[in-house]
Design a protein around this ligand. Structure first.
Ligand code: PGA
Length: 256
């Protein structure tokens, strides 16, 4: 099998207005000339998705939604439906730790969102990870198991080809306290063995798994070299043009 492109997703969270997002995207396009062997994705504010979808060079970069609601339409004030994102985005984050821990998103919500994304032809990036206290009490593998099995319930073995899993330990997100490559290797192994249990050996090897949590240009290569890591989900560092560009360059160098 040909080596997969590394997938690098920049999650801008609730930063950059539409204008700033557009300027950033333009500069990023210039910054990463010639790195087409890396799949580069940005997740701006939902407001910017429509204008950026007109601006983006889809051969070089893709858009992701940070969040959406799983029902198709109706009286859900303030929400954006997966049906409204259809055609605009290639990916969407599901179950990001801030959704789970700040906004109370449940495992059932993540499952509904996974299915809504698939129905609307974009790829869910299912984010899973343990909190510091779960880690301290040795529950990491149980948490990964529950979030994975719960989030993927009723996903078929064809559909799993179109799902990305991101291992994002909650204690590592936005803290500068990043996981060691050894921790990441362990977690990725646990994720792949769960996928193997659910979908068999071939899918366990082919499903894309990312790491996210305080990744910087300095640490990116270490994670990209971990066996079974297919890319990175970058928060804070994706807001810094040169740093994000340098992470993409590292993925490019590894792919070559
Ligand atoms: P961080 O965020 O890189 O700022 O830790 C990662 C994420 O939230 O996906």
């Amino acid at each position: 099998m040909a080596a997969q492109k590394k997938l690098i997703i920049g999650n801008w969270k609730m930063n950059l207005n539409v204008h700033d997002a557009s300027v950033y995207l333009h500069k990023l396009d210039v910054e990463i000339q010639g790195h087409r062997d890396v799949e580069v994705v940005v997740a701006p504010t939902a407001l910017a998705l429509q204008p950026l979808s007109l601006q983006i060079n889809r051969h070089k970069m893709k858009l992701a939604a940070q969040n959406f609601y799983w029902r198709d339409f109706g009286a859900f004030t303030g929400e954006v439906a997966a049906t409204q994102l259809r055609g605009l985005v290639k990916y969407a984050l599901v179950g990001h730790s801030e959704r789970r821990h700040v906004f109370g998103e449940t495992v059932k919500d993540t499952r509904e969102k996974v299915h809504a994304a698939l129905r609307n032809q974009f790829t869910p990036v299912l984010c899973i990870g343990e909190t510091q206290s779960e880690r301290t009490s040795g529950e990491t593998k149980d948490i990964l198991h529950d979030q994975l099995v719960g989030g993927l319930a009723n996903v078929t073995s064809e559909e799993i080809d179109n799902i990305v899993i991101a291992y994002e330990p909650v204690w590592a997100i936005g803290t500068g306290n990043n996981a060691s490559p050894h921790d990441v290797a362990d977690a990725v192994l646990a994720i792949r063995s769960q996928i193997r249990h659910l979908y068999g050996k071939e899918k366990a090897a082919s499903v894309r798994v990312l790491y996210g949590g305080s990744v910087t240009a300095d640490s990116a290569s270490d994670y990209l070299h971990v066996n079974g890591v297919d890319g990175l989900l970058i928060g804070g560092a994706s807001l810094k043009l040169h740093e994000f560009g340098s992470i993409i360059k590292k993925a490019h160098n590894i792919t070559q």
